[in-house]
Design a binder for this molecule. Structure first.
Ligand code: ZN
Length: 262
């Protein structure tokens, strides 16, 4: 049992007997996790939603000011704190729902999902393009900005791994530097090719694409996988996949229920 944001939660652990399938009929996909759009796929799908409403953001901002004026340890301080937690609780729940839904869709469609390793992702992206200009209230506003900008990158990865146990999807992490500056067609790296948040236009070959889709394709390529699901895929078990051909007989191998592959 746990208590979070003014609500009690009861958790049950249930063995549903489900086994992870060995074969998946889908094709590989690369995913770019961004600030403007939560997740963009190499196939051009955008997964995003608003996690905090403008009204909630405004209310949260007001509560932050109230909290700053309230005496620490006072009942008023605790009351304001609780109100802030309730607001953020709704935001957190929305984010969790979004991640679970996206993960379900993506693992149902794809046999391999390639993500950028977040430890190597350029995190400064989240520091630019914020709604606030640097000023004296930066520290105070940081909490809210974090809530607005937080697209649930890590939570999406966890949700994908969880959903993948039911579909047999393989989750691959790649160290993909310069994915947003590399042309997916001619592979030339140039920061100037990234015209804006959304537009990629290669300075070398003229290739144009949505910047996040271009990045997602580079992420897919970084795992040694081709953008289109042809028969010449580069790595691992995906070579054995036959997306459009007849299913092979699945070898009778024991698979432990609910055990992640990684
Ligand atoms: Zn190019």
């Amino acid at each position: 049992m746990s208590r979070r944001n003014g609500h009690w939660f009861v958790s049950f652990l249930v063995d549903d007997g489900a086994v992870t399938p060995e074969h998946h009929a889908g094709a590989p996909v690369g995913i770019d996790r961004g600030v403007a759009v939560a997740a963009t796929t190499s196939t051009g799908d955008f997964h995003d939603r608003e996690f905090i409403t403008p009204g909630e953001a405004e209310r949260y901002r007001r509560l932050q000011h109230k909290l700053a004026r309230a005496k620490k340890g006072s009942r008023n301080h605790a009351r304001v704190r609780a109100a802030m937690n309730r607001t953020m609780g709704r935001v957190t729940a929305r984010r969790a729902g979004f991640c679970a839904q996206s993960a379900h869709q993506l693992t149902t469609r794809h046999n391999v999902i390639v993500l950028e390793d977040l430890r190597t992702k350029n995190m400064t992206a989240s520091a630019s393009g914020t709604m606030d200009k640097p000023g004296k209230n930066v520290a105070q506003k940081r909490g809210l900005n974090r809530a607005i900008l937080d697209k649930g990158w890590h939570r999406l990865e966890l949700a994908l791994r969880n959903a993948a146990r039911y579909t047999g999807t393989e989750i691959v992490l790649v160290n993909a530097a310069y994915t947003s500056q590399t042309c997916n067609v001619c592979k030339v790296v140039d920061a100037k090719s990234r015209k804006s948040q959304a537009v990629f236009a290669c300075t070398a070959c003229g290739h144009q694409a949505h910047a996040d889709v271009n990045a997602a394709r580079n992420i897919l390529n970084a795992a040694g996988l081709a953008v289109s699901a042809c028969g010449d895929l580069g790595v691992g078990r995906s070579v054995k996949q036959e997306p459009s051909g007849p299913r092979e007989a699945v070898p009778d191998q024991p698979v432990l229920a609910g055990i992640p592959r990684h």
